[in-house]
Structures are given as structure tokens and as C-alpha cells.
Write a protein that binds this ligand. Structure first.
Ligand code: ADP
Length: 640
């Protein structure tokens, strides 16, 4: 006895909310937000999730002894005491789970909400989020949760009147499930919380926000009927109550496309996937045939904060005939489309299929293949028909598509390559490979690209200028992964790729090549001098006719490009290998004439010139100078 009462005392001691939860709670309590009505949607959505969990368990565990039809959510109004209760017969919560789930906020929706809140401090976003359980405090002074976890003996009661803390104590509840009991705030001049106890208002809210919830939401409603014994010509009426189901229970993806409004699609997305921005594309499909399924997919307009980390969980929610069997079915989405959110529902999948079996399921593989095709088609159509939206999408997920293109040695290139966009030097905007090739001018054989960190600087590369003079476009690659794309694709539309800084541009005619050879022969002494002056620093010194107005340029020896070298160094500072440096010189440039003259008259000066030109070439290639101080001294020395 004494042991038990001691235990009760510790349990009853008021517990503090975790700091960040407290802040969010404060916000909810003091919210002047006008759409407080969304609290009901949140509480009902939690109830539905809890029923999903027990319904799923019931499939594999005979002991649950419940079938789908047994699950329901009940709403109870008590206007006299201003109490609104939402009850479910779902999975329930243990004491620890209450502590964990209702004492802390680090749950999906709420956390996301909190982060955005901190950034924008905009009260108006409340209604756009899945703000979760705490939203009850927008309308209630005191919230009491009585819950019994399925399979446990003891029920528990969690109670809180706001930010100062909560208590948890043992309670009574017959069966598994949860009651959320909200004592509504007193009405004020501006706020009539009492309306949330009125039948018509609750009916309206459920229709508006929770219509598709798959379990019946029941409420006892007042009706009137003619008194049986009253005469027909002078009827008298009496009121009675009857339990009514207030939602239509048809999930949005089960409805016909033409009956769903854009607003409904967006609202479902917002609530289910915790994104307050509208999706850039919505795909609603209903397929019959080898495998029958319905899918509702969304392409988000921005990347979740953890998208490019390993914390991000890809996958679609998988339902079998209306019962959720998996929260995140990864196998339904290829890696390159991992940003897609949504739901797939198929009656062809056995309900009690295990996760491991699912991976090798033929129907699932078929669905996944169809979805991939459909997503690609949808994105291509967006690219063609609504470029602005597509570019917004691309800004968020373009990198993922690039990774998809190069991953597994290009195994997914067909799905990805046409979705890529790169900056076009000529057009001054993003273009696809298809658009690039279509715009190629007479005589252009290759797809030219330049890689570097910054597109303005790339645009000034001598090779880019040379190509521009001929009217050829150059794609400017500025992301690490870009350079791997031509290597993976090899060709696009039978055109080969040409890295303008490392490869022969293929512009010279046989005649021109011959001229360069002859010139090299005449200028052999100067070229040899420069090579000797620079020693091991360069592999070769040669003439180039592609340098336009520039005196020199550094190109890498075959193998590794400079961008790749920089990338490897960033990834691993210990990386010791460097790309071989070849110094190309422009014999038509006045600087070359000066060098030539110095070689003949003053070999000390000529050596300085060689060093100077080499340093210039390094700078233009955005490569570090080996000795910046020596370079500065050298410039000053030559100025004297
Ligand atoms: P979210 O729903 O975004 O996870 P909430 O704040 O709404 O966040 O709820 C927190 C957690 O509390 C839920 O994830 C769930 O585990 C638990 N919970 C809330 N309501 C119920 C309920 N009616 N039955 C069982 N568990 C619940």
C-alpha cells in the first residue's frame, strides 16, 4: 500500500514541458489566430492515425479481434460544462508514450511548424500546418487525455492547463483507445469558443476538414419528428437524438478526378505532408489492368530542410483497400524521384504481406514502374507548359535529378536526362539538352560545356568567347555533380560532349591545323624556352588558335579536369593528385611578341615573363598560385 501511494505521488508531481514545447504551447495558448477551428482537424487526424495502427495490427494479430468496420471516432458535446470530447478506439498510448508524445514536440508536423515559426514569426501560418495535438490549447483551458494502450492493463490520464506543465496519473478505461477531453475557454467579446459545442458548427468543420477520414466520425445529433399519436392535420413534434456519421469516408484518392477541386487536393497535401507551400504538380491516377491501383502523388515546390541528408525518408504511403499497410514504402519510388510525396492504394496487395515480401512483390514492382513513367511525363509537361513552375521545382530538386542521372553508371539516364536544365551562355537562361541540340547552328557538331564555380567567370573564358563568336552556345556547369553528367551520358541525341577547357574544340579545319603546325615549328625556340623556364610545373607548352583576346590559358592533360581536381580536394584535403597542366599560348597576342623579343635579347626578363604568364593562366583557371608573394614581387619588379 505504502509503496503504491509513494509511486502515485511521484507520478502526480507536475512535470515541465520540454523548453521548446513550452514555447510552442505559449504560442498556441495566446494565439490570436482566427482559424482556431483547425484544432478539430488535428485531433481527429491523430485519432484516425491511432485507428490505422490498431487496424494494421489486427491484420496480423488474431487477438485484436477487430475488423475495419469496428473502428470509429466519436464526438461528444457537453454544452453545460463546455466540454468537447473526441474518442477513438485506436492503438492508445502507454504512460511512456504519453510522456514522449504529449510532453515533447519533436514530431514531424509540429517541429516543422516550429522552425518556420522561428524564421518568419508569422502567426498566419498556423492554419497551414499540421500543428498537431497542442492546437487544442487554442480553444481549451484544460486538456485531458485518457488513454489505454492496446495490450496493456492500465489506462492513464494526462492533464494540462497550459504552459506550466502536465500531470500523468493512473486512470480507468475499459478498452484500448483514447479520449481527448477539451474544456473550452470562456467566450470573450471577440471569441466565441462555445460555437465548437454546437452541432451545426461541428458538422460543418468535419465536412470541411475531415470528410475523407476513413473511419466514421460519429456524433449524437438532435432530430425532430412528428409525435406518433399527434393528428395528421395538427401535427406535434418532438426532438430525439440519433447517432449520425458526419463524414463521407471516401479518401480523396478514391474519388473521381473530376469531383476533386484543386483546393481539396492542396489541403490534403498540406495536412498529410506538412508543407505549407502548394505542390507544383499533382498527379491523380486510377489504373486498372494487370494490377489495379489508385495513386495520388505530389511534387513539392521546395525541398524539406533535411532533403539532401540521410535523415530524409523517401517513400509513398501504401494502402491496401483503404487500410494503410506502410507509412513509407521506399520501393515505390526510384531514388531520382525521391522528392515525390503521396499515396498508393491497391486492392491487389495482400493485406498481411510482410515488409520483406513486399520488396519482391511483382505487383509492387509494376506499380513502381508505372509511377516512374507517369512522374517523368508529368515533369516534362510542366517543363514545357509552365516553365516558371518547373524552374522553381528544379531549383529545389535539380540536384537530385543530376545525381539520378549519374548514379549506377547511368542506369537511370533515360528517366532523368531530359529533365535536366543548364545555364545557356547564349540564351542567358536555363535550357534542356533537347533545347540546346535543337538550337545548334549550322556546322556545330558538339555539345559544348564549361565547368567552374561561377557562371559569370565561365562566360569570360577564352574558349567560350571563341565559340560565342561563331554563334555556338556553351552550357555553363557550376555544380560539382555537373561534370560527371557528360561522362555518364557519353552522347545526347548522337552528339558528343566537349569540355571547352580540356578538349579540342574541333573548330580548326585541316588547313588551319596545318598552319598551327607550321607556326609551332617556327616558334619552337620560344615554346621550348618557356617550357624549360617553368620546368616541372607544366607538362607542355603549346600554341593555340582558340584563345581569342587572351594571351594564355591553362588546360589539363587528359585524365582529370581542374574542376574534378578542386572537387576532390574539397572532398578530401589530403588528396595529392593534381591534373597535368598544359600552358597554351596565343601567338597573335602582343604579350607573346614581348616574350619573343625578350627570349632573344634578355633571357632573365624572358624567364620572368614566362612565370608571369603562367601565373595569369593559373588565376584564370581559378587555381591557387603556388607562391602568391613571389607573384606579387614579380609583377612589381616588371613594373619598375
Ligand atoms: P503528430 O501527429 O504530428 O505526430 P501530434 O502533436 O499531433 O503530432 O501528436 C503527437 C503524438 O501523440 C502522435 O504522433 C501520436 O503518437 C500521439 N497521439 C496523439 N493523439 C493520439 C491518439 N488519439 N491516440 C494515440 N496516440 C496519439
Amino acid at each position: 500500500m505504502s509503496a503504491k501511494s509513494k509511486k502515485d505521488v511521484t507520478i502526480l508531481a507536475k512535470q515541465e514541458f520540454k523548453a521548446e514545447s513550452k514555447r510552442l504551447l505559449d504560442l498556441m495558448i495566446n494565439s490570436i489566430y482566427t482559424h482556431q477551428e483547425i484544432f478539430l482537424r488535428e485531433i481527429i487526424s491523430n485519432a484516425s492515425d491511432a485507428e490505422d495502427k490498431l487496424a494494421y495490427l489486427a491484420l496480423t494479430d488474431q487477438n485484436v479481434g477487430m475488423s475495419r468496420e469496428d473502428f470509429a471516432i466519436t464526438i461528444l458535446r457537453d454544452p453545460k460544462y463546455r466540454i468537447l470530447t473526441v474518442s477513438d478506439n485506436g492503438i492508445g498510448m502507454s504512460r511512456e508514450e504519453m510522456e514522449e508524445n504529449l510532453g515533447t514536440i519533436c514530431k514531424s508536423g509540429s517541429l516543422h511548424f516550429k522552425e518556420t515559426m522561428e524564421k518568419q514569426e508569422d502567426i498566419d501560418i498556423i492554419g497551414q500546418f499540421g500543428v498537431g495535438f497542442y492546437s487544442a490549447f487554442m480553444v481549451a483551458d484544460t486538456v485531458t487525455v485518457i488513454s489505454k494502450k492496446y495490450g496493456e492493463e492500465q489506462a492513464w490520464m494526462w492533464q494540462s492547463s497550459g504552459a506550466d506543465g502536465y500531470t500523468i496519473e493512473p486512470a480507468e478505461r475499459e478498452t484500448a483507445g483514447t479520449d481527448v477531453i477539451m474544456k473550452l475557454k470562456a467566450d470573450t467579446e471577440d471569441e466565441k469558443y462555445g460555437e465548437f459545442l454546437e452541432e451545426y458548427r461541428l458538422r460543418e468543420l468535419i465536412r470541411k476538414y475531415s470528410d475523407y477520414i476513413r473511419y466514421p466520425i460519429r456524433m449524437s445529433c438532435e432530430k425532430s419528428r412528428k409525435k406518433e399519436d399527434s393528428p395528421e392535420d395538427k401535427p406535434e413534434y418532438e426532438t430525439y437524438t440519433e447517432v449520425e456519421t458526419l463524414n463521407s469516408m471516401v479518401p480523396i484518392w478514391q474519388r473521381s478526378k473530376k469531383d476533386v477541386t484543386e483546393e481539396e487536393y492542396n489541403a490534403f497535401y498540406r495536412e498529410k505532408f506538412f508543407d505549407y507551400e502548394k505542390p507544383v504538380a499533382t498527379i491523380h491516377m486510377s489504373t486498372e489492368g494487370t494490377v489495379t491501383y489508385k495513386a495520388l502523388l505530389y511534387v513539392p515546390g521546395k525541398a524539406p530542410y533535411d532533403f539532401y541528408t540521410k535523415d530524409f525518408k523517401k517513400g509513398l504511403q501504401l494502402y491496401s483497400s483503404g487500410v494503410m499497410i506502410m507509412e513509407n514504402c521506399e520501393d515505390l519510388l526510384p531514388e531520382h524521384f525521391r522528392f515525390v510525396r503521396g499515396v498508393v492504394d491497391s486492392q491487389d496487395l495482400s493485406l498481411n504481406i510482410s515488409r520483406e515480401m513486399l520488396q519482391h512483390n511483382r505487383q509492387l514492382t509494376l506499380i513502381a514502374r508505372n509511377l516512374e513513367k507517369k512522374i517523368k511525363a508529368e515533369l516534362l509537361s510542366l517543363q514545357e507548359n509552365d516553365r516558371e513552375k518547373y524552374e522553381k521545382f528544379y531549383a529545389a530538386f535539380g540536384r537530385q535529378l543530376k545525381y539520378g542521372t549519374v548514379s549506377e553508371y547511368g542506369a537511370h539516364k533515360d528517366a532523368c536526362q531530359d529533365l535536366l536544365l543548364f545555364w545557356s551562355q547564349k540564351e542567358g537562361k536555363l535550357v534542356s539538352f533537347k533545347e540546346y541540340v535543337a538550337a545548334m547552328t549550322e556546322g556545330q557538331e558538339k555539345i559544348y560545356f564549361a565547368t567552374g564555380e561561377n557562371k559569370d567567370r565561365l562566360a569570360k573564358l577564352p574558349q567560350v568567347e571563341t565559340l560565342a563568336k561563331r554563334g555556338y552556345d556553351v552550357l555553363l556547369f557550376t555544380e560539382d555533380v555537373d561534370e560527371f553528367i557528360p561522362q555518364t551520358l557519353m552522347t545526347y541525341s548522337e552528339k558528343t560532349f566537349c569540355n571547352v577547357t580540356t578538349e579540342d574544340l574541333g573548330l580548326d579545319s585541316e588547313e588551319e591545323k596545318k598552319q598551327t603546325e607550321e607556326k609551332t615549328e617556327t616558334l619552337k625556340d620560344v615554346l621550348t624556352f618557356v617550357k624549360e623556364a617553368l620546368g616541372e610545373k607544366v607538362k607542355e607548352v603549346r600554341l593555340s588558335s582558340n584563345l581569342g583576346s587572351h594571351p594564355v590559358c591553362l588546360v589539363p592533360d587528359s585524365g582529370m579536369s581542374f574542376e574534378m581536381e578542386k572537387y576532390m580536394k574539397r572532398a578530401n584535403p589530403e588528396f595529392a593528385y593534381t591534373a597535368g597542366r598544359i600552358l597554351e599560348v596565343n601567338a597573335e597576342h602582343p604579350a607573346f611578341a614581348a616574350l619573343n623579343a625578350a627570349v632573344e635579347s634578355d633571357s632573365e626578363k624572358a624567364k620572368d615573363y614566362a612565370e608571369l604568364l603562367y601565373a595569369q593562366a593559373l588565376l584564370m583557371a581559378e587555381l591557387p598560385l603556388e607562391d602568391p608573394v613571389a607573384y606579387a614581387d614579380l609583377v612589381c619588379k616588371l613594373m619598375k
